[in-house]
Design a protein around this ligand. Structure first.
Ligand code: GLN
Ligand code: ZN
Length: 757
């Protein structure tokens, strides 16, 4: 292939090489930085990332993807879509109002936040249906002009498209979908016109909702919207950008009157390639091909990518190809530059945002044929690096041996339940908690001292034991029925296990934005996951030695560990999850052998991993459920398996949840006012349910009657024998005094409710 294609990028991390962005935001919120200085520093960061992308060879540099919190919130603000509770009087949205929507203020709680498709990024949910949208500031234009004036960069403004924006919003009934999109279209048209007048040549309109299942009516709305937009700014080249999956309704999408269509050939590779081969690609259009994984941290085998490009070029000639990452690089860490501790083979097989753009530059050079030896060598080096990790002892190539592994409990639940009742002799409506107790400054300090080597292992262990002792005492005093050790030794429910299992690595600086200024550093699953020794037995057994009440062991489930990590991509996610499950099973067995008879395996992230297309969901749920069962089925009939799922829409997952065959599941009940309970009101759900009767996300101590009415509501729907009483999640973010007070009220509410049974 000898051609010239254009290199583009869909978005770049905001957080900065050293998380400067986060630090700036937090300092501003804390009142330590004035607004003027804050804006100036943010501008510097914004321009630095543009320069960086230019240096790395990006030709269509995205502008306007930078944000002070979230790009969806930016879109709401640009259209003046501020709910009335923030006292907004029109005009450009002030920083104070913007952050009040994001984070809440004294006057009004924050807007809802939810996951951006199937990623771990969270956006602020737009609220429609109140005020009419108006264009109160052309944000993309400002970004375009800034890049042009300050750096001479003719950037490519990025917008969340009207279709996706309304799809992701709330506050309206489905019948109004078309009308709401129609309302926004003229405003988008104005944005585009002004961009065209300012000299912009390209604009990227993100419509990731086009990869989800869409109805014919929705597609009609889409067509009408883009028809109007195309006539608004005929001189502007619009890239209609999709990502995270193959586009649905391929034929409709490629016929939309835009200059270019952006497709994901990593996460939607099969579907998009199939459609491309079957239906071709319109002659007048450009294909923006996402070929470098924008969501994972692995270096690409550029030899393979070259082949993919050749395959694409056979259908769409090189001069109509834009080559780019599969999605915004917002989902990967900034740069490998500061990773100094990783094993060389692993490090050699990684690529963060900067390195990924470097990969595109190599491919472009090779395609143009002007890179000479260097490009060919870079491609060969990438193939060698990927092969080296694949050949390393960490990756045995053997799939998890699940065929012979037991994945059903010996007895059905109804029979286990009787045996468990006899063994445990718990009262009706037994009380418990979800696992963690307050991680105070003292606890975090101790862990740091130990990590830095200033404390010996023995000192740290003694400290943790002391915390456990205090909290076992408190739990007994409060009168809880099933106790926990409190998770004081854990920073994070995935990292803790990752550090103790084989196959995980931890970066020094691999941060990605989760929401607002909050960044996470996901563990890297790079090799075969294996159990290498007990992980939780010491603390759990110690806790049990202090009390005659049962202590519940506490593990993170296989699917949650998977979904909150960066995962190797040489084998399927299912196979990785099975490996984790088999490793956790050894932990479950170890706990049981050490005398622990109740074990909770948390799966708060089960729902998060649901595929974007309905047709793929059952397969995912099947292996997700199977992995939970692999981890928990070897125990004795009298051993009680618990699970926990926080807030979660259960309605469409109840069969899967039931198939987990956990003896007890604790769920959120308080914020949804019992709505979730009705999901369990099916003939198929007949196992224990822990009612999360109070919201742990607020320091407020709910009183007994409030919780009592919550319990009453549940009892009207399902028989009392099934229920347990607990908070709705772990208590690690709470203080001690409020936790003790709330749990006392909870225990009082449970005792009173028992009298009614
Ligand atoms: N056991 C964990 C805890 O109590 C569960 C956390 C979660 O569900 N996210 O913190
Ligand atoms: Zn939870």
């Amino acid at each position: 292939m000898n051609s010239h294609f254009v290199i583009s990028s869909l978005g770049y991390p905001r957080i900065g090489e050293n998380r400067e962005w986060k630090k700036l935001l937090e300092s501003f919120w804390a009142g330590k930085t004035e607004e003027e200085g804050f804006e100036a520093e943010m501008k510097k960061l914004r321009l630095q990332r543009l320069q960086k992308q230019r240096e790395l060879g990006v030709e269509l540099i995205p502008v306007g993807d930078f944000t002070l919190y979230d790009h969806v919130l930016d879109t709401s603000a640009m259209f003046g879509l501020v709910p009335s509770r923030y006292g907004y009087a029109g005009g450009p949205v002030s920083l104070a109002t913007y952050f009040a929507m994001a984070r809440g203020s004294k006057e009004a709680p924050a807007c809802e936040m939810t996951k951006w498709f199937n990623t771990n990024y969270h956006y602020i949910v737009p609220e429609l249906g109140e005020a009419e949208p108006r264009l109160v500031g052309n944000r993309p234009l400002a970004a375009y002009l800034e890049a042009k004036n300050e750096l001479g960069i003719d950037g490519k403004p990025v917008l969340v498209g009207p279709f996706t924006f309304v799809k992701l919003a709330k506050g309206y009934k489905q019948e109004r979908f078309a009308e709401l999109v129609e309302q926004l279209v003229p405003l988008y048209a104005q944005v585009l016109r002004e961009l065209e007048q300012a000299g912009a040549r390209w604009v990227q309109i993100d419509e990731p909702s086009l990869v989800t299942d869409l109805t014919a009516a929705e597609l009609a709305v889409l067509k009408s919207a883009y028809k109007q937009l195309s006539s608004a700014a005929p001189g502007l080249n619009v890239i209609l950008q999709t990502y995270f999956e193959a586009v649905s309704a391929y034929q409709t999408v490629i016929e939309l009157p835009v200059k270019a269509i952006g497709l994901d050939f990593v996460h939607g590779r099969e579907g998009n390639l199939r459609a491309l081969r079957e239906f071709g690609f319109p002659a007048g259009k450009t294909l923006a091909a996402g070929i470098i994984d924008g969501r994972n941290i692995w270096r690409s085998d550029l030899g393979g990518k070259r082949q993919l490009l050749e395959e694409l070029a056979a259908i769409v000639p090189g001069e109509r190809l834009i080559v780019q990452p599969s999605c915004s690089l917002l989902h990967v860490p900034v740069s490998l530059a500061r990773e100094e501790k990783l094993d060389a083979t692993l490090l050699g097989a990684l690529a963060f945002a900067g390195e990924k753009l470097g990969e595109l530059a190599v491919l472009a050079q090779a395609a143009r044929g002007d890179g000479g030896e260097a490009a060919a060598e870079a491609i060969a080096a990438s193939t060698r690096a990927v092969a080296a990790l694949n050949a390393s002892p960490a990756r045995s190539g053997a799939a998890a041996d699940v065929a012979a592994a037991k994945s059903s409990r010996a007895l059905p639940f109804a029979e286990r339940q009787q045996l468990q009742e006899t063994r445990w002799q718990l009262p009706l409506l037994p009380t418990t908690t979800i696992g963690s107790f307050p991680q105070t400054a003292e606890v975090r300090k101790a862990r740091q001292l130990w990590r830095k080597g200033e404390w010996t292992e023995a000192q740290y262990d003694a400290f943790v034991q002391e915390q456990i002792r205090v909290w076992i005492g408190l739990q007994e005093d409060i009168g809880l029925d099933v106790l926990v050790h409190g998770e004081f030794e854990r920073t994070d429910m995935v990292e803790f296990f990752g550090e103790k299992l084989d196959g995980f690595a931890f970066t020094q600086n691999g941060w990605v934005q989760s929401y607002g200024s909050r960044c996470v550093k996901p563990p890297v699953i790079y090799g075969d996951v294996r159990f290498s020794g007990p992980m939780t037995v010491k603390e759990t057994v110690f806790a049990q030695s202090l009390t005659a009440k049962p202590v519940k062991g506490m593990l993170t489930g296989p699917v949650t560990i998977l979904n909150w990590s960066f995962v190797r991509d040489d084998i399927s996610r299912k196979d990785v999850t099975y490996q984790i499950a088999l490793a956790l099973r050894e932990e479950v067995d170890s706990l049981e052998a050490a005398g622990i008879g109740m074990i909770q395996v948390d799966e708060p992230a089960l729902r998060e991993g649901l595929p974007l297309k309905n047709a793929d969901r059952q397969t995912y749920l099947d292996w997700g459920v199977e992995s939970f069962r692999l981890a928990t089925s070897t125990v004795r009939d009298t051993t009680q398996i618990h699970t926990h799922m926080c807030y979660c829409e259960f309605h469409d997952m109840i069969d899967a949840i039931s198939a987990l065959d956990a003896d007890v599941i604790s769920i959120e009940t308080s914020r949804s006012h019992g709505e979730l309970i009705s999901a369990f009101e099916t003939e198929t759900y007949d196992k224990g349910i822990g009612l999360g009767v109070y919201d742990i996300h607020s320091p407020r101590v709910p009183d007994k009657n409030e919780m009592l009415s919550m319990i009453g509501r549940a009892l009207r729907v399902l028989p009392g024998r099934l229920f347990w009483i607990n908070p709705d999640c772990g208590l690690k973010t709470r203080g001690q005094a409020e936790t003790v007070a709330a749990l006392r009220n909870m225990v009082a509410a449970a005792s009173e409710a028992r009298l009614e049974l």
